[in-house]
Write a protein that binds this ligand. Sequence first.
Ligand code: SF4
Ligand code: ZN
Ligand code: ZN
Length: 339
Amino acid sequence: MSAISIATCSRCKNRAVLYQRYSGVHLCHRHLADSIRRRVSKSLRAQLKLPKKALRDDGKPRVILVCISGGKDSAVLLDMMVRFLGPRRDIELVAGSVDEGIDGYRAPSLEKAMELASSYGIRVETISYPELEFERMDEIVKMMPDLSTAHKDADGLKPCSYCGVFRRQGLNALAERVGADWMALGHNLDDTAQTILMNLQKGEVNRTIRIAPHTWAPLEGLTPRIVPLRWIPEQEIHAYAKGEDLPIHHGDCPYAPGALRQRSRDMIARLESDVPGSRHGLLHSMDAIRELQVEAKGDHLSSERATERMHKCQNCGEVSSKSICQACIMRQWVNEKSN
Ligand code: SF4
Ligand SMILES: [Zn+2]
Ligand SMILES: [Zn+2]
């Protein structure tokens, strides 16, 4: 570690802050920041095809909801979005946050999210689980043993199984509230590789094809997601946020340990350490599968394939792979217990 920290940047004489094993270069903060900005800008241009003038017919700007949590990934996301799109008058950036109701964790992280957004003069919209008629996560966790006993499908679920479903609804509600044309998420390279691995190990190719970015084939009824940080490793995002002194919350959610993603995280870290470049390889493979579909069926048909098993929930109208969406099913379980 000390050998890495005292190394010199491969591009200048400054002290390196990071060693990129997959490329074999050491980078100082300036050169790391330049490199990250270049990659994010390229990724953003590939995902967000904006005309020169993107104003709506009514003369108002197009809206991008930038989802922030107070953590490093979304802080860097907002920094990049402001850097690349902030000067455009035909685009309005609005930050959106979901309050899951986790004592000791969410309040301080939301504070950081607000601090960052206000430093850019960007308004923040928040939504809490109770506003969506879900219980706070702290309450859900207390109820989980009872829910598992009452419902076979609830057995073995982890807090994140509920939280992930509710948060998705929260983001959709925020997108609707602000009239978002796109939603930007802070998923980094490690997150994305983990998601691909988790879906493929379950044989869920369709689900893998549907993960963001959605601009290649928008899912009907869903604000298209863009993920400009998808090629940036978590470690580089951390180093960038630190070097730029972005306000971020460092604590971890108390309910994260034990989640399936945690195991996937370990596996991806191990793969990357054994064969540097594995995370990039997984994303390239998934993109190649998508392209094969587009070539074979044309844009329109490939979009149909991605949405072929999608319905509208009969209860709430949200896009879902089942006739009643998972959020409504879980809400029902919880309501039975609370009443
Ligand atoms: S770690 Fe799990 S429970 Fe905690 S905020 Fe994230 S999804 Fe929710
Ligand atoms: Zn340098
Ligand atoms: Zn529903």
